[in-house]
Design a protein around this ligand. Structure first.
Ligand code: NAD
Length: 387
């Protein structure tokens, strides 16, 4: 794959993109923000001090070592690049085991222990390098430590580049439901270095494409075709990849800029997710990946949209059916449980289930559904077309 320039978003409010061309530039950028110079003298930290923890009440001394939280697979595939970009004496590195299980209280606790095992100040940068799992976990750690360390994201999956690294949602899972513990906490910078994608397994490309298709349904129908072209390595050109990442990031940051805490239109980004999260929870986050669950969830949401009289075809999704490694067989008789799990979704108000539907491709709407049998039908339809 051709090396593309990395994209770096430095100003999320204006959704401005600057082009850089390698990971080490994140380091330079972080230095430029004066976060990484060694302190003249160590300052004891008082996390309860709103001024900044300096004993003499002055400005906080810049932190000496950054905390790197890196996905273990990314570290083994890209060790040379990562260690070249981040001088050993300037970082402390924690490797996150691969998989959704890492978005747990136990793993968050391990990150806390690791962070406190070395020098830590309120301005110690925390740099997350990995997919959505590492980003969500590290983001929540950054939000929690000292009431908030400066956070930098380096997404390494397509899904993280087009979705999870943008928008400030961080969190971990609880038995009650997915992402039910967390915080809104924005990164200072997100650096996109597409060279990471050279080692991304095909299954993970497909998972990321689910979120691209989501943008196709809620904002830009052209992305339905672009996403499908990206699914096939033969048509996955660097130009197409760059276009899809930029367009997706733009859509997400525009939505988030106007509704950071999901009081209104940010909910559109959950298209397919209320169904999808239920499937992931029923599967205990084991065999079905987030992007695969969202794919099935979008098919179910489009079914409900059609049943309510809207123009919402699932043809673009079904065309890609053969690309997804989804085994829904074990769940086909468990639609009752799936609907119950959907009632746990934190976006619900009262007993109704809040769903994002589409009234036409590119036009989302949020509605409350109380008809349980309609939801069960949607699941049955989805299982029928996908198994
Ligand atoms: N915060 C948000 O707004 C938001 C949005 C969407 C999804 N999410 C969350 O994101 C998570 C899913 O993220 P994901 O799909 O990136 O999964 P992931 O982080 O589990 O990564 C998928 C797999 O790819 C591996 N990997 C990552 N980068 C690689 C690379 N460059 N080369 C080789 N292997 C690599 C990982 O080790 C892992 O095995 C879910 O927990 C979901 O809830 C969050």
């Amino acid at each position: 794959m051709l090396k593309l320039p990395s994209l770096i978003i430095t100003d999320r409010d204006e959704s401005r993109f600057l082009l850089f061309d390698d990971l080490h530039l994140l380091w330079d950028h972080a230095r430029g923000t004066d976060l990484l110079e060694t302190a003249d003298k160590p300052a004891a930290v008082d996390a309860s001090d709103p001024v900044a923890g300096s004993p003499d009440g002055g400005a906080v001394k810049p932190a000496g070592q950054a905390v790197l939280i890196v996905d273990e697979n990314v570290m083994s595939a890209h060790r040379e690049r990562i260690t070249a970009a981040f001088p050993e004496d300037m970082v402390r590195c924690f490797e996150v085991p691969s998989g959704e299980e890492s978005k747990s209280i136990a793993m968050w606790n391990r990150v806390m222990d690791f962070a406190f095992s070395g020098p830590l100040k309120r301005n110690t940068p925390l740099i997350a390098i990995g997919g959505g799992v590492t980003g969500d976990l590290a983001g929540f750690a950054a939000a929690s430590l000292m009431r908030g360390l400066p956070l930098f994201h380096v997404p390494t999956t397509l899904l993280a580049m087009v979705d999870s690294a943008i928008g400030g949602k961080t969190g971990i899972n609880h038995a009650f439901g997915k992402n039910t513990i967390g915080a809104f906490y924005h990164p200072r910078t997100v650096l996109f270095d597409t060279a990471f994608l050279e080692t991304l397994p095909q299954r993970e490309w497909i998972c990321g494409i689910s979120e691209v298709l989501k943008y196709g349904y809620i904002a830009d129908p052209d992305l339905l075709e672009d996403g499908a072209a990206l699914a096939d390595p033969a048509t996955r050109t660097p130009e197409l990849l760059q276009h899809v990442i930029e367009r997706s990031v733009r859509i997400k940051s525009d939505v988030v800029a106007t509704d950071a805490r999901e009081a209104g239109r940010r909910a559109w980004l959950n298209f397919g997710h209320t169904f999808g999260h239920a499937l992931e929870a029923l599967d205990n986050y084991r065999n079905i990946n987030h992007g695969e669950a969202v794919y099935a969830g979008m098919i179910a949401a489009l079914f409900v949209s059609r049943r309510l009289g809207y123009e919402a075809s699932d043809e673009s999704l079904l065309q890609l059916k053969g690309k997804y490694r989804l085994d829904l067989g074990p769940y086909t008789s468990r639609t009752d449980e799936l609907v119950t799990l959907m009632t746990h979704d934190k976006k619900n108000r009262d007993k109704d289930i809040r769903l994002v539907l589409v009234s036409a491709h590119g036009n989302p709407l949020v509605t409350s559904v109380s008809d349980i049998s309609l939801l069960q039908e949607a699941w049955k339809y989805t299982f029928d077309v996908l198994t």
